[in-house]
Design a binder for this molecule. Structure first.
Ligand code: LLP
Length: 411
C-alpha cells in the first residue's frame, strides 16, 4: 500500500518544496471516486451532495463544482465557503443538528435546501414559511450501523434526525402549515461497508415515506467506508450502489412516480486522495520499545486518538523493505498522541522501512476529516495544504505564522 509519488511527484520532493507537516491531495483520485459513484447508481437521476465537513478547502470545493457534485453543509460557515467556491445556493443542502432557527433562516435566505431534524424546528419552519419554501426532513431510522459506535448516527439513542416513531407528530405539523416536504433523508453513520446496513436503513425510510405524497427526493446520506488498512478492502461501491439502486427503483414503482436519489458521501470522495506528510524528528530507542516521533500530533490528525482509527503509515524516504523496524509512532504534542493504532483500536507499533531522523513519514487516507478537524492546540500552526492536478503541485493553503495565532486576541 506504500506509494512514493503522486502523479509522478515524489513525496520527498513535496516535503522538501512545501515543508511539513503538509496535507497533499490528488485531484485525479477525487475525480476517479466521483465516477465510481456515478457508475454505481444507475437507472434514475442521481445527485451527489458532497458532505464537505470532510474537507472544505476552497480548491477541493471548486473541483467538486467543476465535476457537477453539489454540497451538503452543516454550518452557515460551510455554506458561505460553498458560495465563495462558486456554488449557487440552490446546489447546497443545509443539514445541521441542534442549531438555532436563525441558522435555518440564513440558509433559506441564501436559497439553500434545508434539512430539518427536530419537531420544534419543523414547527418554526411552518410558522415562518408556511407552504412557500420546501424542505427535507431528516429521519432517525433506528438502525445500528455496526462499526465504530462513535460515528454511528441512526441508532435509537442518536441525537440526529426525528425518530421514525414520530411520524404522526411530523405529519400533523406538516398539515397544520401546509409545509412542502420535497424530500426525506437519513444518514446511518460513517465507515459502513456492509450493503445490508444501507439496505436496512433505506427500506425503513421507504416504508416511512409512503405517507408523504409530494416527495421529489430521497436522500440516503453517506457513510461509505474507505480502505484504511491493507486488510480492509472498504466498501464494494458497485455492490452497495446496485443494492441501493434496485431498492430505490422498487420504491419509486410503488410510490407511483420517479424520484431523484441524493447521496452525501464525504470520506468516499476525498479520504484516499489525501496524504499527510510529516518529518521524523526523533527515533527514541527506549528499553521497552522504539518510539518514532514526528513533527505533528493529534492537533493535526485527530482520528487515531479520537476514534482509535487505523491510518496506513510508511517511510516515504526509504523504499528498501529488507530492513524494517517496529515503531510506536507518536506526535509532538504534550498529550499521548499516538498515530499507530491496530485494527482493534489499540495503540500499537508498526513495521516501517528503517527510519533515520529527518525522513519523510506519510500517513495515508488523510483527505477526509484530517485538516478540517485540526486545531491550534499547543499553539502550533496548522499544516499547509497542496493540491496536485495535471502533474503540478499547487499550494492551496499557506503555512501559518504567529499572526494567525494572535489575530483575534485582545491584549
Ligand atoms: N451526511 C451526514 C448527515 C453526515 O453527518 C455525514 C458525516 C456525512 C453525510 C458524510 O459521512 P461520510 O461519507 O464522510 O462517512 N469525523 C469522523 C466522521 C464523522 C462523520 C460526520 N458526519 C471520522 O473522521 O471518521
Amino acid at each position: 500500500m506504500a506509494y512514493y509519488s503522486i502523479q509522478g511527484i515524489p513525496l520527498t520532493s513535496l516535503a522538501k518544496e512545501f515543508a511539513t507537516p503538509l496535507y497533499v491531495y490528488d485531484a485525479d483520485k477525487i475525480r476517479e471516486k466521483i465516477s465510481v459513484l456515478r457508475s454505481s447508481f444507475q437507472g434514475f437521476p442521481l445527485s451527489i451532495k458532497y458532505a464537505c465537513k470532510a474537507n472544505t478547502n476552497l480548491a477541493i470545493l471548486r473541483l467538486m463544482l467543476a465535476n457537477k457534485v453539489d454540497l451538503d453543509v452543516v454550518s452557515p460557515q460551510e455554506l458561505e465557503l460553498g458560495l465563495m467556491a462558486g456554488y449557487e445556493g440552490s446546489q447546497i443542502t443545509f443539514t445541521p443538528s441542534g442549531v438555532d432557527f436563525s441558522e435555518i433562516e440564513f440558509a433559506v435566505s441564501k436559497g439553500a435546501m434545508v434539512n430539518l431534524d427536530n419537531l420544534s424546528v419543523l414547527e418554526k419552519f411552518g410558522q415562518a414559511y408556511g407552504n412557500s419554501v420546501s424542505c427535507l426532513i431528516r429521519i432517525k431510522p433506528h438502525v445500528f450501523g455496526g462499526g465504530n459506535a462513535k460515528i454511528m448516527t441512526a441508532h435509537p439513542e442518536s441525537k440526529f434526525g426525528i425518530s421514525i416513531h414520530q411520524k404522526e407528530e411530523i405529519l400533523a405539523i406538516v398539515q397544520r402549515y401546509g409545509i412542502q416536504v420535497s424530500g426525506l433523508h437519513q444518514h446511518t453513520g460513517s465507515d459502513i461497508k456492509d450493503g445490508k446496513t444501507f439496505q436496512q436503513a433505506a427500506s425503513a425510510l421507504f416504508d416511512f415515506a409512503k405517507d408523504f405524497k409530494d416527495l421529489e427526493i430521497i436522500d440516503l446520506g453517506g457513510g461509505f467506508k474507505v480502505p484504511y488498512s491493507p486488510e480492509d478492502p472498504g466498501v464494494d461501491m458497485q455492490e452497495v450502489g446496485g443494492l441501493m439502486s434496485r431498492a430505490f427503483l422498487d420504491f419509486c414503482a410503488s410510490y407511483g412516480r420517479p424520484l431523484r436519489l441524493w447521496i452525501e458521501p464525504g470520506k468516499f470522495l476525498v479520504s484516499e486522495a489525501g496524504t499527510f506528510l510529516a518529518q521524523a524528528t526523533v527515533v527514541k530507542k527506549d528499553p521497552i520499545k522504539t518510539f518514532l516521533g514526528i513533527n505533528t500530533g493529534l492537533n493535526h490528525l485527530i482520528r487515531p486518538m479520537m476514534y482509535g482509527s487505523y491510518h496506513y503509515i510508511f517511510n516515504a524516504s526509504n523504499t528498501n523493505s529488507s530492513e524494517q523496524e517496529n515503531y510506536r509512532i507518536v506526535g509532538n504534542i504534550c498529550e499521548t498522541d499516538t498515530f499507530s493504532f491496530d485494527y482493534d483500536g489499540n495503540q500499537n507499533e508498526r513495521m516501517l522501512n528503517k527510519v533515520q531522523e529527518g525522513d519523510v513519514i506519510a500517513l495515508a487516507n488523510a483527505g477526509a476529516y484530517g485538516f478540517t478537524m485540526a486545531s491550534h492546540y499547543n499553539s502550533r500552526f496548522l499544516p499547509a495544504e497542496v493540491l496536485i492536478d495535471q502533474g503540478k503541485a499547487v499550494i492551496i493553503r499557506k503555512r501559518e505564522t504567529l499572526d494567525d495565532l494572535t489575530r483575534n486576541q485582545v491584549f
